[in-house]
Design a binder for this molecule. Structure first.
Ligand code: SF4
Length: 440
C-alpha cells in the first residue's frame, strides 16, 4: 500500500502550541506589550514564570529550539545574571498586581545542564525576587545524562515538585542517530535517584517516530517505561520543522535520501501512540491529553499546561521565550547578543508581540483545550459568554462527520482517533486570515 503524500512526514510544523499563529506576532506591536505589562491584572488570573535555560550538551537532530552547545562557564554566568535581571524588571511591573507565582517552569534547552551550585544560586535569588512558596507547581526539565544525585537533591531542596526526564527512546543506536546526548543506563540511574529522593511527580518524555524507530523497538520502549512506573508519560509524535539538522539533511539529499533518514509516516506514528496509550491504560493509567497519560488524574496535575490552556498570565523569560500577559502574546528577542544587550541596558528584552482580541482568545482556549479530549460548554459560557456549540457548529460538524469528535449535552468529546491527530485538525477553527498563513 502506498502512503498518500499528506500522510508522509514532510517538512513543517504539526504541533499547534498557540494561537494566533506565530507568524502574526510582530515587532510593531511592542507598545501593546509594554501597555500590558503596565496595566493591573484581570482579577482572578493566575501568574506563572517560565525560564528558558538554552544550553545543551549536544544538538538533537530534530531540535528547533533556541539552544547553544558552545557556551563556556563565563557565558553561562552572564546568561544567568541576565535572566535574573529580567525577572527583577518584570517583577516590578504593575501587571503583577500583588499576585504571587502560581507555577514556575524551568524549560529549555536543558535546565539540568546547570551545576548544582548554579541552580541553587539561581533559585535562591529568584525566590527573593518573586517568592514561590505559594506556587502549586515547580516543574523542571532534565536530560538524564546531566544528572547527579547531589544535583537532584539540590532541586528537591529548592522546591521542585515535577521532574520531567527527556528519555525520548531507550535504544542506543536510535538515541545516537537522532543526536541525543544521553545513554540508556543514565536514564535508569537518574530515575532511581529521583525516586529515592522523593519527587512528588516524575514525568517521562518519549517521542514516537524517531528516525530508525520500529514496531519492536517501540514496544520495548513502552514496556521499559511501564516497569519504571512514572506518575506521567508524555509522548510526542516526531515532526520535521524547518531549521532542524534532519530537515537540512533531508533537503540536501533531495530524492536521494537513504532509507534510514525516513521518518515514519503519520498513520504509523499514530498507531504507535495508540498502542502506547492502550498499554498504559491496561496498567491503570488514564489519558489526560493528546500527548499524556497519568497514573492518577486527581493527584497528578500538570499546572503549567493547564494554566496555558486556560489563558493564565505567564512571564516568559530567557532568550526567545514566549509569554502571555493581560491578553497580549509576548516573545523575547531571539538572539543571544540582543538578549544580553537589552538587559545590560536595563530594558525588558521583548522582540515581538500580538494583542489577542476576545474572539482570538476564545479560539485559542477552545483549540488548546480540545487537546484534553473534552470541552465544557459551561466554562466558555461563563468566561466568554459564548455557546461554543453554536459558535463553532460548522467546524464541529465537519470533524464529527469524520468520526473525530462528538458534540454532547455538556460540550464536546474528542474520539480516541481524533485525539491522536488533533493538532492537524485545529486549523479548522482558525479565523480565515490565519488559515493559509505560515504557522511559525
Ligand atoms: S535536549 Fe532538547 S532542547 Fe536540547 S537539543 Fe535536544 S531537543 Fe533540543
Amino acid at each position: 500500500m502506498t502512503v498518500p503524500d499528506q500522510e508522509k512526514t514532510g517538512l513543517g510544523n504539526y504541533f499547534i502550541a498557540n494561537y494566533p499563529p506565530f507568524s502574526f506576532w510582530s515587532g510593531s506591536e511592542l507598545p501593546a506589550a509594554t501597555a500590558a505589562l503596565n496595566s493591573p491584572p484581570k482579577p482572578g488570573t493566575p501568574l506563572g514564570l517560565y525560564l528558558h535555560i538554552p544550553f545543551c550538551r549536544k544538538r538533537c537532530k530534530f531540535c528547533y529550539f533556541r539552544v547553544y552547545t558552545d557556551k563556556n562557564a563565563k557565558d553561562v554566568s552572564v546568561y544567568l545574571n541576565a535572566i535574573l535581571k529580567e525577572v527583577e524588571l518584570l517583577a516590578a511591573t504593575p501587571c503583577v498586581g500583588g499576585r504571587s507565582l502560581d507555577y514556575i517552569y524551568f524549560g529549555g534547552g536543558t535546565p539540568s545542564y546547570l551545576s548544582a551550585d548554579q541552580l541553587k544560586s539561581l533559585m535562591t535569588r529568584l525566590k527573593e525576587i518573586m517568592p514561590w512558596d505559594k506556587a502549586r507547581e515547580v516543574a523542571f526539565e532534565c536530560e538524564p545524562g546531566t544528572l547527579q544525585r547531589h544535583k537532584l537533591e539540590a532541586l528537591k531542596e529548592m522546591g521542585v515538585t515535577r521532574l520531567s526526564l527527556g528519555v525520548e527512546n531507550f535504544n542506543p543506536e536510535i538515541l545516537q542517530y537522532n543526536g541525543r546526548a544521553h545513554l540508556e543506563d543514565e536514564v535508569y540511574r537518574a530515575y532511581g535517584w529521583a525516586r529515592e529522593i522523593g519527587f512528588e511527580q516524575i514525568n517521562i518524555d518519549l517521542i514516537a517516530g524517531m528516525v530508525g524507530e520500529s514496531w519492536d523497538n517501540w514496544k520495548s520502549c513502552i514496556a521499559k517505561t511501564l516497569v519504571m512506573s512514572p506518575e506521567s508519560v508524555t509522548i510526542y509524535q516526531m515532526e520535521l520543522p524547518y531549521n532542524t539538522t534532519f530537515s537540512k539533511e533531508l533537503k540536501m539529499a533531495g530524492d536521494n535520501h537513504t532509507p534510514e533518514m525516513v521518518i515514519a509516516d503519520w498513520p504509523t506514528k499514530r498507531a504507535w501512540v495508540a498502542y502506547a496509550f492502550d498499554e498504559f491504560v491496561k496498567a491503570g493509567y488514564e489519558i489526560s491529553s493528546a500527548y499524556t497519560v497519568v497514573k492518577n488524574k486527581q493527584k497528578t496535575q500538570f499546572v503549567y499546561r493547564d494554566a496555558l490552556w486556560t489563558g493564565a498570565d505567564m512571564f516568559g523569560t530567557g532568550v526567545a521565550s514566549f509569554g502571555h500577559i493581560n491578553g497580549v502574546h509576548i516573545q523575547n528577542v531571539d538572539t543571544w547578543e540582543a538578549y544580553i544587550a537589552k538587559l545590560d541596558a536595563g530594558e525588558i528584552p521583548i522582540g515581538r508581540a500580538l494583542p489577542v482580541n476576545e474572539r482570538a482568545q476564545l479560539i485559542r482556549e477552545m483549540i488548546l483545550q480540545l487537546k484534553t479530549g473534552h470541552l465544557e460548554r459551561q466554562y466558555f459560557q461563563s468566561k466568554f459568554a459564548v455557546n461554543i456549540t453554536d459558535e463553532f457548529r460548522t467546524g464541529y460538524a465537519k470533524l464529527e462527520a469524520d468520526g473525530l469528535l462528538k458534540v454532547t449535552p455538556h460540550g464536546v468529546d474528542v474520539t480516541p482517533s481524533g485525539l491522536l491527530q488533533i493538532d492537524r485538525h485545529l486549523p479548522t477553527f482558525f479565523d480565515p486570515e490565519h488559515i493559509s498563513s505560515r504557522y511559525t
